[in-house]
Ligand binder design. Structure first.
Ligand SMILES: Cc1cc2nc3c(=O)[nH]c(=O)nc-3n(C[C@H](O)[C@H](O)[C@H](O)COP(=O)(O)O)c2cc1C
Ligand SMILES: [Fe+2]
Ligand SMILES: [Fe+2]
Length: 404
């Protein structure tokens, strides 16, 4: 990517990583990505906002040198220390150790562990002003957990620009970076959603707080750190509205429970039916899924809207079964924290599934309502009655805690 003037004294100094096909181990990046970095060329106070990934250090430094002398850089704002934005920073600080670095407490602590050498560290306070000159200042706004605890947004009111790092980014490495000039908006729409799902989705309530922060500022341009720059007010509003839509979880007023079950011979199925009917009798809204038949993404979305999750399956080969683990492994502790959990099922001789699902629930930070419940082989009438009792106790305990 070539250096270009974004607006007035603000320049793009980022790099393209067109060949990238996997980001953060798990995310497919079929269009590559960019690591966007910016330079504000103000007389007496050259400022750099965010770095790039190690491996692109030379190109980044060349981009900077094409605009200013490295010794004239006064400030570096580190909005987020994930190495795709901080990897090249040690090289810059080695060339100019007088650069004053600004970032959140967490960002400065992280950078210490990445730079592994002393640097001039300034921990920002919310809304803190950094004066670049008589006419221009930057203001810092912490937006923790979108998507690391260290993250901040930087506002430049003179230019009505918000620097938002990963927030509102997309993994694309286009020839030119302005949203307004891209005729094929569909690709941006697809990639901003994939990026949101992979990076932001676990932090929906924090995303909504960050949106509120951004909306409170005078912003007609969002300079993010991946993909297209949102260079008009319309583009900014378009992206913000998408983030609001995707982050709004439709929670019912009713106590909502998702039941995910699997059954080879119908034993766990009959237990599930008994449980579901008890939950419904207690006026809960119950979402029922059978795995592996039902769609995983839909199951995860319903779990996110629910107050509790019940999983049920037989034990196979000394463990729970893959389709249930696929569901549990698609969740994360951030979204499960505060939700209730239990597991049940039929087994033949050793019956490890229930215990193992309960253990996984601890890792996911669910609140375990009980120890789970299991029946050997085909549930008898008495065992079905015990299953109903298990379900009634489950919902009673949750209702008592939630007052629903
Ligand atoms: C392939 C296979 C492996 C099994 N391995 C175990 C096991 O390791 N421990 C156990 O307690 N039961 C084991 N069982 C028995 C089932 O858990 C038991 O038949 C259960 O009642 C089936 O319930 P369902 O009708 O809901 O599928 C196994 C069953 C199958 C088919
Ligand atoms: Fe990141
Ligand atoms: Fe990033």
């Amino acid at each position: 990517m070539q250096v270009f003037n974004v607006k007035n004294n603000v320049y793009y100094i980022g790099v393209s990583d067109r060949g990238l096909r996997v980001f953060d181990i798990m995310m497919e990046t079929k269009h590559g990505t960019t690591y966007n970095s910016y330079l504000i060329k103000e007389e007496g106070g050259v400022t750099i906002i965010d770095g790039v990934k190690a491996g692109f250090t030379d190109k980044w430094l060349d981009n900077i040198r094409s605009l200013v002398d490295i010794k004239d850089i006064k400030y570096l704002v580190v909005q987020h220390t994930e190495p795709d934005h901080s990897g090249a920073i040690p090289a810059l600080l080695a060339l100019n150790p007088n650069i004053e670095v600004y970032g959140s407490f967490m960002a400065m602590a992280n950078l210490k562990e990445i730079n592994n050498a002393p640097f001039i560290s300034n921990v920002i306070k919310p809304k803190q002003e950094l004066k670049l000159s008589e006419r221009q200042s930057l203001f810092f706004y912490p937006v923790p957990n979108v998507h690391w605890p260290d993250t901040i947004i930087t506002h430049d009111p003179v230019n009505a620009i918000a620097f938002t790092c990963d927030f509102l980014g997309q993994h694309i490495a286009p020839q030119q970076l302005l949203y307004s000039k891209e005729p094929n908006k569909k690709i941006i729409e697809e990639e901003i959603k994939l990026y949101y799902d992979a990076i932001m989705a676990p932090f929906k309530s924090d995303v909504l707080k960050s949106v509120a922060t951004l909306k409170s500022l005078d912003v007609s341009m969002v300079l993010n750190s991946h993909g297209y720059i949102l260079d008009t007010k319309e583009a900014v509003d378009w992206a913000i509205n998408k983030y609001i839509k995707w982050s709004t979880v439709n929670k019912s007023e009713k106590l909502t429970i998702t039941v995910v079950f699997a059954s080879a011979y119908g034993y766990t199925r009959s237990m599930s039916e008994a449980v579901i009917s008890e939950l419904e009798k207690a006026s809960a809204l119950v979402h029922v899924f059978e795995v592996p038949r039902d769609d995983l993404a839909t199951i995860v979305a319903r779990i996110e809207e629910s107050d509790a999750l019940l999983v049920a399956s037989p034990t196979f080969v000394g463990d729970g079964i893959k389709p249930v683990y696929d569901v549990l492994n698609s969740l994360n502790p951030v979204m499960c924290f505060g939700k209730y959990f239990s597991a049940f099922g039929s087994y033949g001789w050793s019956g490890e599934a229930v215990r193992n699902y309960m253990n996984r629930a601890s890792e996911l930070r669910f609140k375990k309502v009980d120890e789970g419940f299991k029946v050997r082989l085909k549930p008898s009438e008495k065992e079905l009655e015990d299953t109903r009792l298990y379900a009634r106790n489950f919902i009673m305990k949750i209702k008592a805690e939630l007052n629903k």
